[in-house]
Design a protein around this ligand. Structure first.
Ligand code: GLN
Length: 484
């Protein structure tokens, strides 16, 4: 049962072979057994989860029509608010924060019948690529406990990869769903900016943040996104467009698919295994009738620099609220008000968050704004234009999700720039606002999973799911499970 996909678990409940209480109990037992070594979950409440499951089973028994995620356990990244449930963002500053309301996605998941299983670990305020920036200790990669699961949604990715839960929700500002999905050998998607409401997602960089799904296979991710996406007037950037029935079309192959491989990305220093998996993956698409050709994103190499001005600038503004008065930890020792702010923020935030707040404040300050923040916004437009031009020629853009496989814990934590470069291939989607999916496509020489990233035009998630599923059907990388 632990290795079953979301769809299998849904079907088995529908035909009465399994109950939600049975599925949920198995997940909870697996968490009890493995969470200590993985540190994927920060919070879980056995009684509450079982009660949600029991309620679904009762409603099913009463013949009620249930939602599409009925009875399926889902883990939630701990930067998404659930009313009354501790939401820490893996920060000391929010150690005791219990939100007075739930995020839009939480209401949607409840309506769809999902069982909310617990809250997962992340890099503090989603800033990082390894989950090592968590104030509550790092998460470990289930494929090799000495390696990171990636980040910032490392807890959600590790929980799915370790079969603790079939589905999980993450957030992606520069790669935080796709990079951990690649490192953990599972499927993860960042939807179009505005596809999913950010109401109740604790803001990191508001023009880039987006919530999305993790699953063991493409169909599971399609099912979960269908549950998450939908218009919400409480997020002014949420798009008021119908949500396609991704899970119903996912098995339809695309005729005449044109795939563009990003030329600039392949000029980088890539692991050998990643380069060869990328080539093999494109051969598989060719054998399925797709046309594969090179495309150019001429400004791609500016994406990391652009992101690390815009992201921290927005973060420095968003995180101003954690002053110990409006929100967050308040120091118990201070002389005056300014000292209280300094001490509270100094004690509440970790090193990476402080680094971002300082970088962002600098980039936004009078005299530097035009040279840094404004310039970055202009380059962001050029990056977006590159994608628009490439999508004139192809339907989907392909690249490796990451330049290397999962790295060992500790090796990058003191070298922020090398850590930032892990997101070289994922940041472009966030800057351009377009969707991207990562699917398992191989293993490296180190035995660690490799991810293939497919990027699509805005609101063309359906194309990405169908293209990804075409590949998945021909391969068994998604069936490879971590042995704990
Ligand atoms: N790793 C990137 C960063 O550190 C992206 C994080 C994210 O997508 N939340 O900002």
């Amino acid at each position: 049962m632990l290795s079953a996909t979301a769809q299998e678990l849904r079907d088995q409940q529908e035909c009465g072979e399994l109950s939600s209480v049975e599925i949920t109990s198995v997940c909870l037992d697996a968490i009890d057994e493995h969470n200590e070594k993985l540190n994927a979950f920060l919070t879980f409440d056995r009684d509450d989860a079982l009660q949600q499951a029991r309620r679904i089973d009762e409603r099913r028994a009463a013949g009620e029509t249930l939602g599409p995620l009925a009875g399926l356990p889902v883990a939630i990244k701990d930067n998404i608010c659930i009313e009354g449930v501790t939401t820490t963002c893996a920060s000391r500053s929010l150690e005791n924060f219990r939100p007075p309301y739930s995020a839009h996605v939480i209401d949607r998941l409840r309506n769809a019948g999902a069982v909310l299983l617990g809250k997962t670990n992340l890099d503090e305020f989603a800033m990082g690529s390894s989950t090592e920036n968590s104030a509550y200790g790092p998460t470990r990669n289930p494929h090799n406990l000495d390696c990171t699961p990636g980040g910032s949604s490392g807890g959600s990715a590790a929980a799915v990869a370790a079969s603790l839960v079939p589905l999980a929700v993450g957030s992606d500002t520069g790669g935080s769903i796709r990079q951990p999905a690649a490192f953990c050998g599972i499927v993860g998607m960042k939807p179009t900016y505005g596809r999913v409401s950010r109401y109740g997602l604790v803001a990191f960089a508001s023009s880039l943040d987006q919530i999305g799904p993790f699953a063991r296979d493409v169909t599971g991710a399609a099912m979960l996104l269908e549950g998450l996406a939908g218009y919400d007037d409480r997020d002014s950037t949420c798009i008021n467009q119908p949500v396609a029935k991704y899970s119903q079309t996912v098995d339809q192959p695309l005729e005449g698919l044109r795939i563009g491989v990003v030329k600039e990305y392949l000029e980088h220093d890539l692991d050998d295994g990643i380069r060869s998996s990328m080539a093999t993956s494109m051969d598989i698409y060719r054998s399925l009738g797709a046309e594969v050709k090179a495309v150019s994103l001429p400004h791609a190499n500016y994406s990391v620099a652009t992101y690390y001005l815009i992201g921290p600038s927005e973060a420095s503004s968003n995180l101003a609220r954690y002053d110990g008065v409006h929100y967050g930890h308040r120091s118990s020792e201070f002389d005056d008000m300014i000292d209280m702010y300094c001490a509270s923020r100094g004690e509440g935030f970790g090193a990476e968050v402080k680094r971002r707040v300082m970088l962002g404040t600098y980039a936004l300050s009078a005299g530097y704004y035009d040279a840094y923040y404004l310039k970055a916004l202009k380059v962001r437009r050029l990056i977006r234009n590159d994608y628009d031009a490439a999508f004139q020629e192809v339907d989907v853009i392909a690249s490796p999700t990451t330049p290397h496989t999962a790295f060992q814990l500790g090796v990058m934590s003191d070298v922020p720039l090398s850590m930032y470069l892990s997101d070289l291939f994922t940041i472009g989607c966030n800057l351009a606002g377009i969707p991207g999916i990562s699917i398992p496509c191989g293993v490296g020489n180190d035995g660690m999973p490799i991810g293939l990233q497919l990027m699509g035009r805005a609101l063309e998630e359906e194309t990405l799911f169908r293209a990804a599923r075409m590949f998945e059907r021909e391969t068994d990388w998604h069936q490879r499970r971590a042995a704990l």
